[in-house]
Design a protein around this ligand. Structure first.
Ligand code: HMG
Ligand code: MG
Length: 313
């Protein structure tokens, strides 16, 4: 098992998708540029979803074009895509860049039917059918595919989700040929016991423990995507590390969350702060590539961009 932990910052996508105000394309580009300096292994730059569903990220192609020349060697850029239309847009972005700008596409489903329906207007089965064309096109173009499973611990609408249901969805993604699994505790309901129980069940169909090669390339990995709603994310990171997980998502400054994981009375909780994940991994004796001082610089920029936009919203 690897002594190294891979860190993906999802703030430009999962952070900004839930902002009430309008963040300009230039500000999004500045945030990605700033994250490029922090040493994170991967940045989820944006999403090619319907702008009617997520207007905040309707400028995905322009953001990618703006960060084209700032991608450091070895850095992985990923984008979220829900279907073949999103995949075509991602491939067009690579074509216009004249290079492999996007290295990975992320498809997303859930272990909860209600959440899948609200988030993508489709059942779990229908989302997975949509991914078939995405996985084929991604692999034909040399791109890695990440498969998210939201509500891996609990659903905001259905409550606790059984680990067996999570493993069933994981198996379907595995059969489809995704390269990386990403388990989302979408509302931050997890604690050490529920994270352990879920990982034990998932491990039956997708190996949770990561090799050095998987950590380096992102292929074959099981990643954990936490939200820190009840202040238990650091404990969950520690538990996941003990179970062999070596890859975590975070969002700078703890921004964001899924706009379809909340209601007007109970908004979706923010993602776990990337800095908290890095510190938890380092405390447990693991190495990352992240420079925490530079990461704090990116967090300050994220806070200033979002607070200005919130004040105007
Ligand atoms: P739909 O309305 O059922 O789709 O949405 P449709 O196929 O009927 O198409 C409707 C219109 O959208 C059409 O346009 C399509 O062309 C267009 P019209 O002809 O009416 O002008 N369309 C698109 N446009 C741009 N890009 C596309 C695309 N696809 C269709 N890719 C759809 C279905 C999946 C598109 C929609 O539900 C959607 O975009 N959902 C995305 C919601 C979202 O982004 N949620 C947040 C991300 S998930 C998350 O945050 C959780 C995660 O972080 C992990 C965790 O925390 O658990 C990953
Ligand atoms: Mg999230």
């Amino acid at each position: 098992m690897s002594s190294f932990v891979r860190i993906t910052d999802v703030s430009p996508r999962d952070g900004l998708q839930n902002e009430p105000g309008v963040i300009s394309t230039d500000e999004k580009i500045r945030l990605v540029e700033s994250l490029c300096e922090t040493g994170v292994d991967e940045i989820e730059v944006t999403s090619f979803v319907s702008a009617r569903w997520v207007p905040q990220l309707g400028d995905a192609a322009a953001v990618l074009s703006g960060v084209r020349t700032r991608k450091p060697p070895g850095m992985c850029f990923s984008v979220l895509v829900p279907n073949d239309k999103g995949m075509e847009a991602a491939l067009r972005a690579n074509d216009s860049a004249g290079a492999r700008l996007i290295d990975k596409v992320a498809v997303f489903t859930a272990a909860s039917e209600t959440f899948a329906q609200r988030n993508t207007n489709a059942s779990i089965g229908e989302t997975i059918e949509r991914f078939r064309a995405v996985v084929g096109a991604a692999h034909a173009n040399g791109l890695v595919v990440r498969g998210y499973v939201s509500c891996a611990i609990a659903c905001p609408f259905e409550g606790p989700i059984s680990p067996v249901r999570v493993a069933e969805v994981v198996q379907r993604l595995r059969d489809l040929g995704v390269d990386e699994l990403d388990l989302g505790d979408t509302i931050g309901a997890g604690d050490a016991a529920s994270i352990r129980a879920m990982l034990i069940e998932v491990d039956r169909v997708w190996p949770v423990s990561a090799t050095d090669e998987a950590v380096r390339s992102g292929r074959g990995l099981c990643t954990l995507h936490l939200h820190d709603t009840f202040g238990r994310a650091a404990t969950c990171v520690g538990e996941a590390l003990r179970s062999g997980v070596r890859s975590f998502d975070g969002a700078t400054a703890g921004l964001g969350g899924c706009p379809y994981a909340g209601t007007a009375e109970r908004p979706a909780p923010g993602n776990v702060d990337t800095g908290l994940v890095v510190r938890a991994a380092e405390r447990a004796g693991y190495e990352t590539h992240v420079d925490l001082t530079r990461l704090e610089g990116a967090a300050q920029l994220a806070r200033s961009i979002t607070s200005r936009a919130r004040a105007l919203a």
